[in-house]
Ligand binder design. Structure first.
Ligand SMILES: NC(=O)c1ccc[n+]([C@@H]2O[C@H](COP(=O)([O-])OP(=O)(O)OC[C@H]3O[C@@H](n4cnc5c(N)ncnc54)[C@H](O)[C@@H]3O)[C@@H](O)[C@H]2O)c1
Length: 320
């Protein structure tokens, strides 16, 4: 298949692009490079620098594509709280224009990178796809708006979509050729590993009064390679005429921030001095996935569920 990957110069997009190419698909990447890295795009893929909301760019590259993998967007929860308009534009308005170009050129399959942030503060854990969606951040709300838009476009046009709701993604390719290089970095594992790689040992953990076992946030960590595999399976599922819908992706096991710090210290052999800071706005207490539906319907079987392995791969990448 010929696949347009939006945001393919970013962390997850570059690794997903590599997986699609290895599986024999043709890939065109479109990325504005506002947060991505040109050198992260595999040389076997075509690359176009541009915005997903630019109909002229998309009108040039979409014809002939069989599907879109839409990963482009802005991803920082705290930034989204202070700049909601920018997040609405990047995560809703621009991709809505892309959907119009898809409809015009009869490209009818799309896999979308959604997020556990659409659930907000869940009432039951692990979280299934039927759980109510009450995002507590602008970021989560914009991702949910685009999910809804996919429903509405699906009802009005020949458009079939899979929305992958990722929980916390971490890790890198085991050969350390691609990994997480966000700037700013706000995710706990890469932030901590950056601090340790820089020779520092003090690390701030946000919030110590959450209703969890040790008072810090609990998250479900997913290896980026398992996530790339899920994209491939979702694409093949749509390609076979399978039904679209929402799929949670996680390992079903929660780790508190303090447990994550302990595991990072063990893997790296470094001492970490934890500094307890205030909560960050928009962070729910506990997010743990039930990914039974993805296992059942997509045949997804994560192969790197051990958090130590996830951290070890990320550490190899950061130490380079
Ligand atoms: N990283 C996570 O833990 C996580 C968790 C849940 C969901 N997601 C979703 O996965 C997707 C990818 O996340 P990531 O961690 O790889 O982020 P990233 O910032 O590394 O990648 C996003 C890419 O999109 C590009 N981009 C942004 N706006 C654009 C636009 N208007 N037009 C074209 N390109 C644009 C950026 O330059 C960047 O390369 C995002 O949609 C994010 O919401 C990520």
């Amino acid at each position: 298949m010929r696949i347009l990957v939006t945001g393919g110069a970013g962390y997850i997009g570059s690794i997903t692009t590599r997986r699609l190419l290895d599986a024999g698909h043709d890939v065109i990447v479109v990325d504005s490079l506002i947060r991505g890295h040109r050198e992260a795009v595999d040389q076997r893929a075509s690359f176009v620098q541009g915005e997903v909301g630019d109909p002229a760019v998309l009108g040039r590259i979409l014809p002939g594509c069989d599907a879109v993998m839409h990963l482009a967007g802005l991803i920082e929860v705290v930034e989204s709280q202070s700049d909601p308009g920018r997040y609405f534009d990047a995560n809703v308005a621009q991709p809505a224009r892309m959907l119009d170009v898809m409809v015009a050129h009869e490209v009818s399959n799309i896999v979308f990178s959604s997020t556990a942030a659409v659930y907000g503060e869940p009432s039951t854990v692990p979280i299934t796809e039927e759980a109510p969606t009450h995002p507590v951040s602008v970021y989560g709300a914009t991702k949910l708006m685009f999910e809804r838009l996919l429903d509405w476009y699906g009802a009005a046009h020949e458009l079939r979509s899979i929305r992958l709701r990722y929980f916390n993604v971490a890790g890198a390719l085991p050969d350390a050729t691609l990994g997480e290089a966000h700037d700013p970095e706000t995710h706990i594992i890469p932030r901590l590993l950056q601090v340790l790689a820089g020779g520092d040992s003090r690390f701030e953990v946000f919030g110590e009064d959450y209703p969890t076992s040790d008072g810090t946030c609990v998250r479900d960590y997913l290896h980026v390679c398992d996530l790339a595999e899920a994209h491939l399976l979702a694409l093949e599922h749509l390609g076979r005429g399978g039904e679209g819908g929402v799929f949670n992706l996680g390992n079903g096991r929660g780790f508190s921030n303090l447990e994550v710090v302990r595991i990072c210290a063990q893997v790296t052999g470094a001492e970490v001095e934890v500094v307890r800071g205030p909560r960050r706005p928009g962070d729910p207490a506990t997010l743990v996935a039930s990914a039974e539906k993805a296992r059942r319907e997509l045949g997804w079987a994560p192969a790197h569920g051990d958090l130590r392995e996830i951290v070890a791969d990320a550490w190899r990448w950061h130490s380079r």
